[in-house]
Design a protein around this ligand. Structure first.
Ligand SMILES: Cc1cc2nc3c(=O)[nH]c(=O)nc-3n(C[C@H](O)[C@H](O)[C@H](O)COP(=O)(O)OP(=O)(O)OC[C@H]3O[C@@H](n4cnc5c(N)ncnc54)[C@H](O)[C@@H]3O)c2cc1C
Ligand code: FES
Length: 326
């Protein structure tokens, strides 16, 4: 067992318990979202020298040197004095300038940031409310508009952030936006490479940003998008994607429904299964996967088995914080 000291609080951290879980257990409010080391919203700083290396996974070098670490990945073996960084260190303020429904469960939210954000299409940011509640959302636009950010927010029943964003967030309200993060992004370095993009539900958000960016850069390779949902209600931007197929001969779109009979123009089955069946040889392809963690993990493995190079598989799983301590 070790002791964590945060300001005036001293908390015992049991063997096998993360710093985040120990602090939350004592009702100390620490920003967090994924609990998987993905969103970086639980970042803290060790005031006792270097934290465990495993707790710095994915952090930029400068942050590592400053002894920052992710509380959800930190299992200390010795006592640790820590501090929370103030939101202003990593966040810029943004105002809501647009809000409309894409389908009954998905909100299109547009923010205007005070500062331009240097992101790559497909990355995500953490959105933080004034009370500290933080969740990760993927940017759905390309990087041409670096001060405007578009998000697709799916409402989860009882979800603290998503329900609030759907019901209570209004035009003119302010949110805090983190630095961009994530490994699912487009770089125009290999314009001839074929692209396969698979997303479920609001997993279309980062893929839409990537497609827009790739087409803006006149990407020459084939671009195949498979967007899936259980039912028709869960899909959106169908006409917009169909229009892109008319405009760009290298863009192909398959809308997939995994439950019931698919109406004409839709494919029946799970998006990842249909994609892997349609494009059996992925050697030399770049593959983008976004959405439900199970789909992302399964498809990563399958894409590799079908020839895709591991370095060419870009994925961000939409981990949802567990309800137990959230
Ligand atoms: C890298 C990354 C990118 C993300 N990008 C997006 C995005 O672009 N759009 C988006 O909508 N979300 C995205 N998410 C998920 C998002 O961060 C939130 O986790 C999600 O909106 C839920 O937050 P909440 O506060 O509303 O729910 P919480 O208050 O955190 O509660 C979630 C509750 O829902 C339950 N739950 C889990 N999965 C489901 C499910 N499939 N259906 C119903 N209930 C469920 C959980 O058990 C839990 O009780 C992303 C996540 C990550 C890690
Ligand atoms: S990285 Fe720790 S909660 Fe997401």
């Amino acid at each position: 067992m070790s002791t964590i000291q945060l300001d005036e609080h001293k908390v015992d951290c049991q063997h096998g318990e993360s710093v985040l879980d120990a602090l939350l257990r004592e009702d100390i409010d620490i920003p967090h979202a994924c609990r998987e080391g993905v969103c970086q919203s639980c970042m803290m700083r060790s005031l006792d020298g270097a934290p465990p290396a495993a707790a710095q996974k994915g952090l930029k070098d400068v942050l590592k040197h400053q002894n920052h670490f992710l509380a959800c990945l930190c299992y200390p073996e010795t006592d640790l004095k820590v501090s929370l960084d103030s939101p202003e260190d990593f966040y810029t303020e943004a105002s809501v300038i647009g809000k409309k429904l894409l389908n009954p469960e998905t909100l299109l939210l547009t923010l205007h940031c005070q500062q331009p954000l240097d992101f790559y299409a497909g990355q995500f940011v953490n959105l933080k409310r004034d009370d500290g509640l933080t969740r990760s959302y993927s940017i759905a636009n390309n990087r041409i508009h670096s001060q405007t950010l578009i998000f697709h927010i799916r409402r989860l029943s009882g979800g603290r952030f998503s329900e609030w964003a759907h019901r209570e967030l209004n035009i003119g309200d302010k949110l805090h936006v983190s630095d961009p993060q994530g490994f699912c992004y487009y770089l125009p370095n290999h314009p001839e490479q074929n692209l396969l993009l698979i997303g479920t539900g609001s997993g279309l958000a980062p893929l839409a940003g990537i497609i827009s960016e790739a087409l803006h850069h006149s990407h020459g390779g084939e671009i195949h998008l498979f967007h899936g949902s259980r039912e028709l209600d869960g899909l959106y931007w169908i006409e917009e994607m169909q229009q892109l197929t008319q405009q760009y001969s290298n863009f192909h779109y398959t809308a997939c429904l995994s439950q019931g009979d698919a109406p004409e123009g839709f494919a029946s089955g799970r998006a990842n299964d249909l994609a892997m069946r349609t494009l059996q040889n992925l050697k030399g392809w770049r593959v983008y996967l976004c959405g439900h963690p199970d789909m992302v993990n399964q498809s990563k493995r399958q894409a590799y088995l079908q020839g895709a190079n591991l370095q060419d598989i870009y994925a961000d799983a939409f981990h949802v914080a567990s309800s137990t301590l959230a």
